[in-house]
Design a protein around this ligand. Structure first.
Ligand SMILES: [Zn+2]
Length: 218
């Protein structure tokens, strides 16, 4: 279920695509953007169709991890508590988290449905994702974690998200060799620091799969 950016698409990722192509980033995928995407695809041995799917996106916007200046003892996995199949972006979470009174998005990395990884909060800044454990941790979230009914918690990870999480964690492991990798629920997440989300049932399950055992070999 890859997300494809194409003629007519709008938003923050389109802006990033335009910046990567040295175009004015107005966030609207128009004729010029399409032409430049095709040129880029031609030059990089990609299928020349003017559609920006995961393969083109990965070449256009290579994701680079920055090592935190903080001491990192824990890498904590979350779900964003988004209903299955719903595509939300870092901008959406940033807006939502700011509404809760936070300075910025709570997570450091967000994995979209299509398996692309996006920067959230600057890794040098303490996150807001796991009460009592934010100071020395990195917060990683995948978009999802709730069934389509919007109520029950569910491991909604797409194949692309599973692959992306694995490779992100392997890269993070290189930066933080001794950090523990666990899920939010391994920290008895009865409180999340804001008094709101813990009322919801899903928080007890976050990230809705057993991250500790799934990633034990990383
Ligand atoms: Zn969580």
């Amino acid at each position: 279920m890859a997300i494809i950016y194409k003629f007519g698409s709008r938003g923050e990722v389109v802006k990033q695509i335009q910046k990567a192509l040295n175009l004015y980033p107005d966030g609207i995928f128009g004729v010029l953007t399409k032409e430049r995407v095709m040129q880029f695809q031609r030059e990089n041995g990609l299928t020349v169709d003017g559609l920006v799917g995961p393969a083109t996106l990965a070449k256009l916007i290579p994701f680079r991890l920055k090592k935190s200046k903080r001491v990192i003892t824990d890498i904590i996995i979350h779900c964003t508590a988004t209903p299955e199949g719903k595509h939300l972006t870092v901008d959406d979470f940033r807006r939502e988290h700011k509404k809760q009174g936070w300075s910025d998005i709570g997570y450091h990395y967000v994995v979209y449905l299509d398996g692309t990884v996006h920067d959230g909060r600057n890794v040098d800044i303490i996150g807001a994702h796991c009460s009592g454990h934010n100071a020395n941790s990195i917060g990683v979230a995948y978009v999802g974690g709730v069934a389509r009914d919007g109520k029950k918690s569910k491991d909604t990870r797409t194949d692309e998200q599973k692959a992306a999480l694995l490779s992100l964690l392997m890269d993070l492991r290189k930066l933080y060799p001794r950090a523990r990798i666990s899920g939010h629920r391994d920290f008895s997440p009865d409180k999340n620091g804001n008094g709101i989300v813990e009322k919801n049932e899903w928080i007890k399950d976050c990230p809705c799969f057993d991250a500790k055992s799934e990633y034990i070999r990383i």
